[in-house]
Design a protein around this ligand. Structure first.
Ligand code: AMP
Length: 424
């Protein structure tokens, strides 16, 4: 076979069936669970004014290094970027439409980050997620965390752990930032060059380093939860009490800062032991009480989560819980006469709600029956020269191969329906 001229861009993939079907099922499953908890679907643009994403934070890699940016053709041009995540877009939409609160939305779709591609890390990847805007009730945090856990439970994953932390409010954060900066400066000779550079921009992000050389310093760093104001500590305690009341197990992870700068108070991550450490996060989220305001909206608290569909599927594969995907095709129409009968039969069967496929190009009976088998259809409806002259069609059970029967062509839909309901 000759080599194709083009390949999908680095870090992107063509996702074919049945993997695409599985992804679709995961998205639908998340949507069902979210809607059951009162979240409505939000469809927002895949690109936004680049400034929307810049509000995410000046020390966030996905903004400073990984944005896919471009100018449109306007005069003057507008600087746009493909979305690297959806929370900023949701907050922009909230500031634009000012819906009544609490505003609870869920979403799904591709996100784009110019990352170094590797297993479980792509430049285009799929997320499902949800946001609740307009409430700082700890119960909203618990509902959000519960949404993520219900999703993993529904897809059958057993090795997902919940890591929980609080990053406090502005006041707690600045006290902590001060203490952490002093500590990191004292031990700066032990840090990697990259962490030293991060320290100058945002000391909290140093805690996010996965580089082994940074770990001894990070493991002894002061922890945020020791610096929470009374109010933030009470908020965090209530989140924990509610989770305890629901028998949800979690691990306190006082150094969990998450990759984005906008988080305040509750932050959480879902990790799985079934994937390598560098890609073991299957989802995460947290509170972002200042983001809407920074996008020109009214001061509005918010909490959200985003779950990676690609990694969830990798985790399903690793745990051996991939849903069986069977072909949707139930009937295969075989027409060796080459007239227009196959067109009419397919049309009637499909209109009757029966998924039906067929062959093209007037292929031989043998070739068409092979395709029928490959389609995993249960029944073949066959029109050959004999059937055509008698005004009938033959119907064959493709699995039991228990012979075939001739029926009047006009009865095809009725007979196929009856057969499908009796065959297992
Ligand atoms: P984040 O908001 O960056 O924590 O992303 C939420 C989830 O999206 C992560 O836990 C991953 O499961 C998934 N994710 C993030 N970046 C990528 C990527 N480049 N490729 C695949 N999945 C990703």
């Amino acid at each position: 076979m000759s080599k194709s001229l083009f390949r999908s861009p680095r870090g992107t993939r063509d996702i074919l069936a049945p993997e695409s079907t599985r992804r679709h099922q995961l998205v639908n499953r998340f949507g069902e669970i979210a809607e059951r908890s009162g979240f409505g679907l939000l469809e927002s643009p895949i690109f936004e004014d680049v400034s929307v994403f810049q509000r995410i934070g000046a020390s966030t890699d996905i903004v400073t290094k990984e944005l896919f940016e471009f100018n449109d053709k306007g005069n003057p041009p507008q600087r746009l970027a493909l979305r690297p995540e959806l929370t900023a877009g949701v907050c922009r939409a909230f500031a634009q439409h000012r819906p009544t609160v609490p505003w609870k939305v869920w979403y799904h779709g591709p996100q784009f980050r110019y990352e170094r591609p590797q297993s479980g890390r792509y430049r285009q990847f799929m997320q499902v997620g949800a946001e609740t805007l307009g409430s700082d009730d700890p119960h909203a945090d618990v509902e959000m965390i519960g949404l993520g856990l219900s999703f993993y439970e529904a897809v059958g994953l057993r090795r997902v752990r919940l890591l929980l932390n609080s990053l406090g409010d502005v006041e707690s954060r600045s006290a902590y930032r001060y203490a952490l900066t002093r500590y990191l400066q004292q031990r700066s000779t032990e840090l990697t060059e990259q962490s030293l550079a991060t320290l100058g921009v945002n000391p909290l992000r140093v805690l996010d380093s996965k580089r082994p050389a940074d770990q001894p310093v990070i493991s002894e760093a002061p922890v945020m939860t020791d610096f929470l104001t009374e109010e933030s500590a009470a908020h965090f305690q209530e989140v924990q009490d509610c989770l305890d009341g629901l028998d949800v197990s979690y691990e306190l992870a006082p150094r969990l800062v998450r990759g984005l700068d906008y988080y305040t108070r509750t932050t959480f991550e879902f990790v799985t032991d079934s994937l390598a450490a560098a890609q073991n996060a299957v989802g995460g989220g947290g509170r972002y009480d200042g983001l809407v305001e920074s996008l020109g909206g009214p001061s509005t608290p918010g909490i959200g989560l985003a779950l990676g569909v690609d990694r969830t599927l990798l985790a399903c594969e690793a745990e051996g819980v991939l849903a069986e995907v069977s072909s949707a095709v139930r009937v295969f129409v075989v027409d060796t006469v080459g007239g227009s009968q196959a067109v009419g039969l397919c049309d009637r069967l499909r209109r009757a709600g029966i998924s039906t496929d067929r062959a093209f190009d007037r292929r031989s009976m043998k070739a068409q029956m092979k395709l029928a088998d490959r389609s995993e259809a249960r029944i073949a409806v066959i029109v050959g020269p004999d059937e055509q002259s008698e005004g009938v069609v033959s119907v064959r059970d493709l699995r039991s191969h228990a012979g075939q029967q001739k029926i009047p062509e006009a009865d095809t839909v009725k007979t196929v329906k009856r057969l499908l309901s009796t065959l297992s």
